[in-house]
Design a protein around this ligand. Structure first.
Ligand code: NDP
Ligand code: 8X3
Length: 252
């Protein structure tokens, strides 16, 4: 079997773009997400367009029992994972700390931090056993700079930054590379999800500038995973040309 990549949050945005680019480079894929119809569409498109096999895992990364049962059920050949892309994540709300919705906080912490940890805990022992692998964690500018009302989302991405560094240290003896790809604004479903379906408010985030596309981020992921064996990209921070920092953007 040729190489295998497991991508969480592959039903949309950055995860879907990574799936496309890795399939174009002959990777077989394990695609994880909650929306079964979107996974069906992606699997159909990718298997038709590229000569690759796709396994669909319809599961919620917050649910350890569910995700664990789905991964355990994979045929043994599919557990020889070369690349894990920890991408599933979201923001919920944009409120000052004293008005934050605690359910939103739990969703972000459970998905962006605990979900990433669950998936890593399940997949990394397989990589350790084969003494190779590459884990790519999708971080954010929000893990490096805190912006007004970003509080808990920024904290989850700062946690991803710390975990990225910690994983690299712990997995070093096993030949496993660990990379963070940390983008600024990317136009995906992210803002629609943050504003709970308010498309007008989501559109405003990207008004008057050219944000990154999911494809731009996938290309950065591909650059990292296609380096020679002796090279590791520790982190890439990628911004739209019109964004100088988390809060400073040039809108025309
Ligand atoms: P999208 O909303 O387009 O995609 C998010 C993906 O995560 C979807 O496939 C969604 O799938 C999946 N997901 C969310 N929650 C869960 C869950 N509980 N279990 C399994 N899958 C889940 O946003 P992006 O592509 O922009 O986001 C991808 C990553 O990039 C996130 O980690 C985000 O924080 C990060 N990021 C985004 C930036 C941006 O500006 N867009 C900038 C910097 C980082 P489904 O709903 O089907 O489960
Ligand atoms: C998503 C980008 O700027 O909303 O991580 O934090 S931002």
């Amino acid at each position: 079997m040729s190489k295998i990549a497991l991508i969480t949050g592959a039903t949309s945005g950055i995860g879907a773009a990574c799936a496309d680019l890795l399939a174009a480079n002959s990777y077989h894929l394990i695609l994880v997400g909650r929306r079964a119809n979107k996974l069906d569409e992606a699997a159909l498109k990718l298997t038709k367009r590229y000569e690759v096999e796709v396994k669909k895992v319809v599961a919620d990364v917050r649910n350890l029992e569910e995700i664990s049962a789905c991964f355990e059920a994979l045929p043994s050949g599919w557990k020889k994972i070369d690349i894990l892309i920890n991408n599933a994540g979201l923001s919920q709300g944009l409120d000052p700390i004293h008005q934050g919705d605690i359910a939103d906080w739990n969703t972000m912490i459970d998905t962006n931090v605990k979900g990433l940890l669950y998936v890593t805990r399940l997949v990394s022992p397989w990589m350790v056993a084969q003494k190779k692998g590459h884990i790519v964690n999708i971080g954010s500018i929000a893990g490096h700079e805190v912006y007004p009302n970003g509080n808990v989302y920024c904290a989850t991405k700062a946690a991803v930054d710390a975990l990225n560094k910690g994983m690299r240290i712990d997995l070093l003896p096993y030949g496993i590379k660990v990379t963070a790809i940390s983008p600024g604004m990317v136009e995906t479903e992210f803002s629609k999800v943050r504003f709970k379906g308010d498309e007008g408010r989501a559109r405003k985030v990207y008004e008057g500038l050219d944000p990154l596309t999911a494809g731009d981020v996938a290309e950065a992921v591909w650059f990292a995973v296609s380096r020679p064996a002796h090279v590791n990209i520790n982190e890439m921070l990628i911004m739209p040309a019109a964004q100088a920092s988390a809060t400073i953007v040039d809108r025309r």
